[in-house]
Design a protein around this ligand. Sequence first.
Ligand SMILES: NC(=O)c1ccc[n+]([C@@H]2O[C@H](COP(=O)([O-])OP(=O)(O)OC[C@H]3O[C@@H](n4cnc5c(N)ncnc54)[C@H](OP(=O)(O)O)[C@@H]3O)[C@@H](O)[C@H]2O)c1
Length: 349
Amino acid sequence: MKSSSKTATLHALTSRPGTGLEVRLAARPVGLPALEHFEIVETYVPAPAPGQVLVRNLFMSLDPGMMMLMAGGSSLPMPRYEVGQVMHGDALGEVIASADPSLSEGDLVVHRFGWREYAVADAGAFRRVDKAAYPSLSMHLGFGLVAYVGLMEVARLRAGDTVFVSSAAGATGSMAGQIARLKGARRVIGSAGSADKVAHLTGKLGFDAAFNYHDGPILDRLREAAPDGIDVYFDNVGGEQLRAAIEVMNVHGRIAVCGALNRQSTARPDEGPGDLLSVLGKRLTIRGFTLWDHLDRAREFGEQFRDWLREGSIVYDETVINGLHSAPQALLDLLRGRHIGKTVVRLAS
Ligand SMILES: NC(=O)c1ccc[n+]([C@@H]2O[C@H](COP(=O)([O-])OP(=O)(O)OC[C@H]3O[C@@H](n4cnc5c(N)ncnc54)[C@H](OP(=O)(O)O)[C@@H]3O)[C@@H](O)[C@H]2O)c1
């Protein structure tokens, strides 16, 4: 990872207008990214022009899709990262100067200008959020809505269903398993990559069963955990876990394809869903989705999520990393399974 200074007149990081750090793509990785593919640069932070606001970022999100944006050529519905350009991603910040009447100093906003300490852009690129909505500000970056639409809209979860969630101790999976239970699933099964995570799933998160996908054939582990088959599979992984789920699905089962961690963590093409005769014979539905097609469910989800938090019926897991300098390593660690729940980087307090 390189660090460089790009401006002649550097001000203290806290001054305004001053400078801030940002992370750029230093080179496009072939295969999995490494630290050498990131560059940390100190840049001048301009005052907002008319219609713009200046935001000091408090937290930024890290998620596995960023690896694909680094590699380029992904089918994700967002622009890939360009070499030499600052990277982007979800972030939460505070407006510290405004030249637009729609936002005021002190407003808390979410936006897509992550990987930097300060963001200056048109006010319309920022969405104001309620500071008091959740017990911690960083929860605005959570992936509960992804889990919610994947279960309720894409997989059409019904009370009494048996649900299997892969990468179940991660940001999306930990929410999906708990939301399935809250929405009436009869049995919730999770998979994760370590014994500690498995214990966490069946302990604190209330999954009925869980297994370590490194422990022998996944099909055997899934059959043991779901002796009566599964009705819904919330797929974060693809690969062998998807093929096993298809084998164990009940007739008219539904699979919501949320992610492809098997491919994202190896940078190798996925071998696909396997036996399509099972899909046909059991009349299965396999449907991919992206959150961006379902943002209209955000308010409905937010209200329920707040109620669940208030009642103590849902656990929100989070790994907080400190400082933009730590973000590249934290992204690499994320796919190696070193974090639990949602991973965010704290950029300022
Ligand atoms: N469709 C959408 O709109 C949408 C939105 C957000 C995220 N996503 C996608 O959803 C998936 C989950 O995202 P997230 O942010 O919740 O990630 P996450 O599950 O919090 O983090 C990644 C986890 O992947 C697991 N992992 C790594 N390699 C694996 C492999 N080969 N097989 C199985 N698990 C592996 C690791 O956990 P272990 O220790 O368990 O291995 C790691 O903790 C990602 O594919 C992401 O891109 C989709």
